[in-house]
Design a protein around this ligand. Structure first.
Ligand code: ADP
Ligand code: MG
Length: 202
């Protein structure tokens, strides 16, 4: 099974991914964690470029760099792991590009969907856990950390990104919205319950 965690920075993705990973391992499953951009040698190099505060990157090349990292991750790590029957937990995946580049950079969500399908060879998560929090709360949580190129984008950019994520929920049945302002434990329990009640479509 392939499960992605999505949401703006500071919403709690990494926190929840780690807790869910521990839950699956304790339940006896083989699991791997991957992050985007990154997760492969090429991907980590692309990550350094993408998050570099000094780097000037236009919107189209930004999207293509994310897609290159994703294409490599799918081929090198995700596909072989899924074939072995492992759980793959992804800290961000294709929906991040729809929200951040498609909506946030105004490249168009439909275009990004098509390019995602090309980059991933049509492999998408079985479940997406989207953790929703108000932009102000997210910014408050990451206030003290040193911000990368994308985290330095302003509040308005993040508002557009959040709206794009929220609108995905109406279109897709495997996309679950979690209230990121609840406690870490409450959100974890909800994730476990949603996972347990998930029935893969035939
Ligand atoms: P992300 O990976 O989405 O950027 P993190 O999991 O790193 O977010 O969490 C960002 C910060 O917010 C961390 O300091 C984390 O401890 C804190 N945090 C995570 N979930 C919650 C929550 N439900 N309530 C309060 N603080 C949280
Ligand atoms: Mg994180």
């Amino acid at each position: 099974m392939f499960i992605a965690f999505e949401g703006i920075d500071g919403c709690g993705k990494s926190t929840q991914l780690d807790l869910f990973y521990d839950y699956l391992v304790k339940s006896g499953f083989e699991c791997i964690k991957v992050r985007e951009p990154g997760g492969t040698i090429l991907g980590e190099k692309v990550r350094r470029i993408l998050l570099d505060k000094e780097m000037r990157i236009n919107s189209r090349s930004e999207l293509l760099l994310f897609l290159a990292s994703r294409a490599q991750l799918i081929e090198e790590i995700i596909k072989p792991s899924l074939e072995k029957g492992y759980y793959v937990l992804a800290d961000r995946f294709a929906d991040s590009s729809i929200a951040y580049q498609g909506a946030g950079r105004n490249l168009g969500e439909v275009v990004v969907e098509k390019l995602n399908a090309f980059a991933t060879d049509n492999i998408f998560p079985d479940i997406v856990f989207y953790i929703d929090i108000p932009v102000k709360e997210a910014l408050r949580r990451i206030e003290s950390k040193s911000k990368d190129r994308i985290e330095r984008e302003g509040e308005n950019y993040l508002r557009v990104v959040r709206e794009a994520y929220l609108s995905m929920a109406n279109k897709r049945e495997n996309f679950y919205i979690l209230d990121g302002t609840k406690s870490i434990e409450e959100i974890h329990n909800e994730i476990v319950n949603l996972y347990k009640s998930f029935k893969p479509s035939p």
